[in-house]
Design a protein around this ligand. Sequence first.
Ligand code: GDP
Ligand code: MG
Length: 172
Amino acid sequence: VDNVEIVVVGDGGVGKSCLTLRFVCDEFREEYNPTLEEAFRTQTVIDKKACQIDIVDTAGQEEFQVLRDTHLTVGDGFLIVYSITNQNSFQFVSKLRGQIHRARSSEDVPFVLVGNKSDLEDSRDVSTEDGKQLAKDWGNVKFFETSAKTGKNTKEAFQECVKEIRKHRQPK
Ligand code: GDP
Ligand code: MG
């Protein structure tokens, strides 16, 4: 059985906790809003292989603090999340990525880029093209527009992160 730790990062309010809850419990709660970091464990099968996934739902880094969190250095992979309704949160993901690279002294880190709240098309503030382009600029990382509310692409984003972690673990 694989054991992987996925760390969910992104600006406050982008839906990190809701995405985590959707993936772990297949639920959406409008008022669900833990402001503390929380960890969850779930088991699944990906590519016919069992996998135990620890998910760290981070909180509190929205004030441009240096991310001192130990999970930044020990996490196996990152779901790096912005909201398609918030351009600032999209600008923030590049800062976060830089912080993670610095914390690990490495650029070889499994990432998946996630634009959440795709159900709020009327309030869109970041185009799909801009998301795709950023993922390309980051070295062709996987990119998903998700909705924690409807569940769209949520499972796919987490599963893809596990796949990236597995790839990264293979001896080169
Ligand atoms: P976090 O600070 O990144 O953990 O964000 P939360 O998960 O607490 O979500 C912040 C707010 O956005 C809450 O009011 C959620 O109900 C709402 N939200 C989160 N994900 C979605 C989504 O996919 N669609 C919509 N419409 N609202 C969402
Ligand atoms: Mg949260």
